[in-house]
Design a protein around this ligand. Structure first.
Ligand SMILES: [Mg+2]
Length: 164
């Protein structure tokens, strides 16, 4: 995974356009995201830890989670709730002026745990997923990140790489 850290840096944007979004927009969006994460965390506890009373009704046409692989659903819930927690860390940092790096690493570790759950169900692992990801990004950005290549992606070629 050390190689992934270096390889992934090659395709990162190194510019920070803080004039393209307002601070109010950022705060409101992450407030909403963090709040949604808390709602999902409550659902996750009911779905996977059995918390609360049994409910009935509330069906939605063309939407059902019952036949889905429960571990994949659990992993997706976890990734979303941990993303909500990392959003809270961002909101806190924007008030204090610095990130709590211990907490950021904790949340990153929690995300990793749910990725591991997802990878077990998809019969893959961190190395395979990392290699495929880098290969896709090499097709998108042969030299390095550029705005033009970020906007104009060859999704057909990228899908072929993902499938092989
Ligand atoms: Mg967490």
């Amino acid at each position: 995974m050390k190689k992934y850290l270096a390889d992934s840096a090659r395709t990162a944007s190194n510019t920070y356009f803080t004039d393209k979004v307002t601070e109010q927009e950022v705060k409101e969006t992450f407030d909403n995201f963090a709040a949604t994460g808390e709602v999902l965390d409550n659902q996750k506890r009911r779905l996977f830890y059995g918390k609360g009373d049994a409910l009935s009704g509330g069906e939605v046409d063309g939407f059902s989670i019952e036949k889905l692989n429960g571990n994949i659903v659990h992993a997706i819930y976890g990734l979303c709730t941990e993303a909500g927690e990392i959003s809270e860390a961002f909101l806190k940092a924007a008030q204090t002026g610095e990130f709590d790096e211990v907490n950021l690493k904790e949340e990153a570790g929690d995300l990793l745990w749910y990725l591991a759950m997802l990878f077990r169900e998809l019969d893959t692992d961190f190395d395979d997923v990392a290699t495929t990801n880098i290969n896709k990004l090499k097709a998108r950005f042969p030299e390095k990140f550029t705005q033009d290549k970020a906007y104009n992606r060859d999704l057909g070629t990228e899908r072929e790489i993902l499938e092989n």
